[in-house]
Design a protein. Structure first.
Length: 306
């Protein structure tokens, strides 16, 4: 471990790539490795008006850490990509990077900052709590197989008003504290709004399950994207920002609609964010969907009085 008291926090640049890749490319090798060095150049902000900023901690010629802050809405900031060089751990690097993000986001009107971490990453969880972040919610991904012939017991409409009406009173919204996947920033969550569903109904897809007693489930497609595997194959993913339902028949109907939609856009894989609760996870399994192996956690911090 290298010791230093001379830490400079500055904006990360494309010229920092080699130094960032030198320590991030070796992280989490037993979990498939880190992604940051593979997306670094596309990940950086294009300019000062892009709504995000990437901060780097430098010690002399060494890169000691990096993090990115993104404004997801007028008052919601998202922290991502926090990495600390193993040579500079336990020297306050993450604290200094967080402080830079807090100041930057608060100056742009953010009242809350959030981050997401894998449940297995206990070191990141501890660092986030030490940095002032508190637990907000947890979720898992259901992964129904794309299928043009998937079917469920209830009809499913594309009515954004019906989808919103169910979401507002759902147990899923309560557990998730109103959060769902952002349609533009990958692997980021913010508060879902009625306007979001109206826009998504035109641009991607919105689903409202027509149950026997009224609307009984909802979801939306947040984005679709292609990813190259380590074998050089291209896999098309369809991501659904949240899935909520009242009971197992509604879950079956909703996940079937997702499977049909994914097949229609040529997706090979799907991902539907659902609450990490015994009921939601077991409902999804009962409905026939595969599930991610582990949940993810979201933590948040009040930026109004820092």
């Amino acid at each position: 471990m290298t010791r230093s008291t001379d830490i400079e926090i500055r904006r990360a640049t494309h010229d920092d790539y080699e130094d960032v890749a030198a320590f991030t490319s070796e992280l989490w090798a037993d979990r498939g490795g880190d992604y940051l060095h593979r997306v670094y150049h596309d990940w950086l902000e294009a300019d000062d008006e892009s709504g995000k900023r990437t901060f780097l901690a430098a010690v002399g010629d060494d890169v000691a850490g990096i993090v990115q802050i993104v404004m997801l809405s007028p008052d919601e900031a998202w922290f991502q990509g926090m990495r600390v060089n193993p040579d500079y751990q336990r020297q306050g690097i993450s604290r200094r990077l967080n402080e830079a993000c807090f100041d930057w986001a608060a100056a742009r009107g953010a009242t809350v900052g959030r981050l997401m971490t894998f449940s297995w990453n206990v070191a990141a969880l501890g660092a986030a709590r030490a940095g002032g972040f508190g637990p907000e919610t947890e979720f898992r991904f259901a992964r129904p197989e794309p299928d043009p012939d998937a079917d469920g017991p209830h009809a499913v409409s594309a009515d954004p008003d019906a989808a919103w009406r169910f979401w507002t009173a759902s147990d899923a919204r309560t557990h998730l504290r109103g959060l769902a996947m952002d349609p533009e920033e990958s692997w980021a969550a913010r508060e879902l709004t009625r306007a979001d569903l109206e826009t998504l109904a035109d641009e991607t897809a919105v689903f409202a399950v027509e149950g026997e007693g009224g609307v009984s489930g909802m979801a939306y497609r947040s984005r679709a994207y292609d990813r190259e595997t380590d074998d050089g194959e291209t896999v098309r993913w369809a991501e659904y920002g949240v899935g909520a339902w009242a009971d197992v028949p509604a879950a079956k109907s909703l996940l079937a609609a997702v499977a049909r939609d994914a097949a229609a856009i040529g997706a090979d894989e799907t991902r539907v964010l659902i609450p990490e609760t015994a009921r939601a996870v077991s409902d999804a399994s009962y409905a026939g969907a595969d599930l991610s192996d582990e949940p993810d956690f979201v933590l948040g911090i009040d930026l109004t009085n820092l």
